[in-house]
Ligand binder design. Sequence first.
Ligand code: UDP
Length: 440
Amino acid sequence: MVAIAPSSSPRLTPLPEISRVAMISVHTSPLSALGGPDAGGLTVYVLSLAEQLARTGVEVDIFTRRFDAETPDVVELAPGIRVLTVTAGPAEKLHKDDLYCILPTFASEVATYVVESGRRYDIIHTHYWLSGWVGRILKRYWDVPVVHMYHTLAHLKNDATPGQPIESPLRLRVERELIGAVDQIVAPNPDERAELVWRLGAKNCQVCTLPPGIDLQIFHPANVSQARANLNLPDAPIVLFVGRIDPIKDIHTLLAAMADLICNCEADNLPYLAIVGGELDDDGRPIGSLGTVVTKAEALGIQDQIIYLGSRPQSELPEIYSAATVVAVSSRYESFGLVAVEAMACGTPVVATRVGGMRFTVEEGVSGLLVPPADPTAMSRALNEVIGNRSLRSAMQVGARQAAIRFSWHTVGAAMLRMYERLAAGERGESPCYDTIYAS
Ligand code: UDP
């Protein structure tokens, strides 16, 4: 639970005001469509934090890499929020590990722009290891504090996929090096804080634990029948998956769980799995990474029970979450697990794997059920419990919304701004976020 307690030592001098923040998001642009291979929680996080800061009068410049020829150099997303697309390397999509070679160019292009424009920043906030590397160079040029968020840690991703490490030794090395190079690190949950301190050697006072925020004005419950009618969804139990189609999301375990669930259901009330994320062609047929989902669903004989909704703008998601009976998050590893909290905010119970941030956001039996990762039988049982037990489901619908309220951007954004102010005031020895507690 997030609680703001009074700070332990009264300040005698006012904190400096933050007027402008440079956000660095090299590999994913806030202008990209969400639900694609590289645009998920990180992009949502960067945009939402920028919006929250802009509401309080802080200007935010988000620097990202150019991967096409068309995007203008500067896009004003909203008053006070600009996206600056920097040319570094070819103007095309590159694999994340190949982006490492262009980081020096990216950093010097940002620095050149800043010299020419005469803009100054109070804080550099970097997202993901590639941007952290850039932040450390910019810190040398500008001499301002760097706040870094890993978003995911390579060694935790590798731990989650034993026998087939998916993250490179290069990333592992850079993530470790960043500890000594940045001023403050934001961990999304207490477990990752412990990892950063005990496994990567961060100082206790260097790590702030701040959960993800969500916009409760956008994510709120809608009328279920109306939502289903609008979306053309059947009047049957609907399990919903929302996210990138990426091995770490382990949608194949969810498909196997669905096959088990369908096998044990009455023929006249078979559940459906609705999938948001991935690409559809002009005729609505799954393409790209969704192709593997189709193949697996066919092999399991459940293809008729799958509804592919494709990637959707976030503005459409509250209605989709509200239309679902239950939202399933089958990930092997989830640093934030924004989808789980968004679903909860819409009053939809969640069945999630007991990993990462979801151990702290999903309250067992109150807002959903937690199951071990990579365990289709456990997931199928939990889905069956939520779908079949009407009174449990009704209680969870209420519990879910209440549980999500704790993660409002108002709370999280205010804590982040306070941390920026303390860093700008030169506070380092004592954690600049000691008044923000995130406990389960
Ligand atoms: N999302 C979206 N449209 C889609 C698929 C996903 O807007 O078609 C958003 C979703 O609302 C959530 C984010 O992408 O905010 C995914 O975040 P999460 O933390 O669950 O996963 P990540 O992508 O960070 O692994």
